[in-house]
Design a binder for this molecule. Structure first.
Ligand SMILES: Nc1nc2c(ncn2[C@@H]2O[C@H](COP(=O)(O)OP(=O)(O)OP(=O)(O)O)[C@@H](O)[C@H]2O)c(=O)[nH]1
Ligand SMILES: [Mg+2]
Length: 346
């Protein structure tokens, strides 16, 4: 779902190396009314609202199922299992949760349905906690290099715009690399965003070698004394070996500059793709050693249960969640807050 804007380039000097007035895919608008408050009732309410589809698919039905029973027995646990599976929670995570609830039931630790619901919430939070590892930009690594990868349309470029804005607000000096040299619109998409926010975007004409764009961008980031370099890449199917090899080449080229590069390989996963995103993650991880996940489009899906599948099966840090198209709709992932937003008022 792309929205195209026809907008004249701004008057300000273009920090990138090329310019051609073609339609561009819109990146998040500059942030004027963003609250930096990321805890507290206001934020929780917004997160809750963003997760409303998952709340009705997963939480509301679970809560009414559990609280509607008088006794806790095997048939209730079987129904919970079905509910978790149908909300894209995945077999491993569902098994894990149901087994531990069964143990508690057998040990008579679940006195009533409320205790069962509390116990379920606690289990869900525990499952997510290992993935609650925020992205920390190390100032000792300058520029801190973030390579953004993922399948077509996952939300990579949008996430870069949101993340760049977030890091800029935190006081970091940024450079972006337009490493998606496959589509002209992709370069433009990033450039427009860079111009709007006064962030240099290093680009080369469409069809250039992506590794060489990112190589140039790194050198430019060093020369400019930038704190962070974020590199976009073209969307690619995780099943296409040649495209995955191209990504491996980008990493090899970066490692020639400095073996510790990239500092973060951020895999962007579209949560509406459900279980398929687990396969994507495995392939990308095998090729380029993913160090963090950004899970986008949680606002538009009832498949938010897959966060738990990702947590259980991949055990990778979930750095951010995307809960909308606006610039402040990228949030650091916090296990407890996420479960609270799912279950609040139930
Ligand atoms: N609702 C919603 N939409 C999102 C979110 N993140 C991205 N999008 C939308 O998803 C669409 C694709 O986003 P892009 O950032 O262009 O995706 P991409 O991975 O760069 O795509 P390619 O470069 O073509 O592979 C756009 O319409 C975005 O606005 C999100 O968290 N919520
Ligand atoms: Mg893109």
């Amino acid at each position: 779902m792309f929205s195209f804007i026809k907008k004249k380039p701004p008057e300000s000097p273009n920090p990138s190396t090329e310019s051609n007035p073609i339609p561009v895919t819109e990146l998040p608008e500059s942030d004027t009314a963003t609250s930096t408050e990321e805890s507290g009732p206001g934020f929780l309410a917004r997160l809750k609202q963003s997760l409303s589809k998952t709340r009705s698919a997963l939480t509301d039905s679970l809560s009414s199922l559990i609280l509607g029973r008088k006794t806790i027995d095997q048939s209730l646990l079987d129904d919970i299992e079905t509910q978790l599976l149908s909300a894209d929670m995945g077999i491993e995570a569902t098994d894990h949760i149901v087994k531990s609830l069964t143990q508690k039931m057998d040990r008579k630790q679940l006195a009533n349905p409320e205790a069962l619901l509390d116990s379920l919430k606690a289990e869900l939070t525990t499952l997510l906690r290992p993935c609650d590892v925020p992205l920390v930009i190390s100032t000792a690594k300058k520029p801190y290099v973030i390579l953004v990868v993922g399948v077509n349309g996952a939300g990579k470029t949008t996430t870069i715009g949101k993340l760049a804005k977030r890091l800029q607000k935190e006081g970091h000096k940024l450079v972006l690399a337009a490493g998606d040299t496959f589509r002209a619109a992709a370069v433009e998409q990033l450039k427009v965003w860079g111009e709007r926010n006064n962030v240099p975007v290093i680009a080369q004409p469409t069809g250039s070698d992506s590794a060489s764009v990112i190589f140039d961008a790194y050198q430019s980031a060093v020369a400019r004394g930038a704190d962070v370099l974020i590199a976009d890449t073209a969307g690619r199917l995780h099943t296409k070996d040649n495209l995955m090899q191209e990504l491996e080449k980008i990493v090899r080229v970066l490692k020639k500059l400095d073996p510790s590069l990239p500092h973060e390989t951020l895999l962007v996963l579209d949560s509406t793709t459900g279980q398929n995103s687990l396969n994507q993650a495995r392939s990308f991880h095998k090729s380029v050693n993913v160090t963090g996940i950004a899970l986008t489009k949680l606002d538009g899906t009832a498949k938010g249960g897959m966060v738990f599948a990702i947590a259980k099966e991949l055990q990778l840090p979930i750095r951010f969640i995307g809960v909308g198209e606006k610039v402040d709709d990228l949030r650091p992932f916090e296990a407890e807050q996420f479960v609270n937003a799912l279950f609040a008022d139930t």
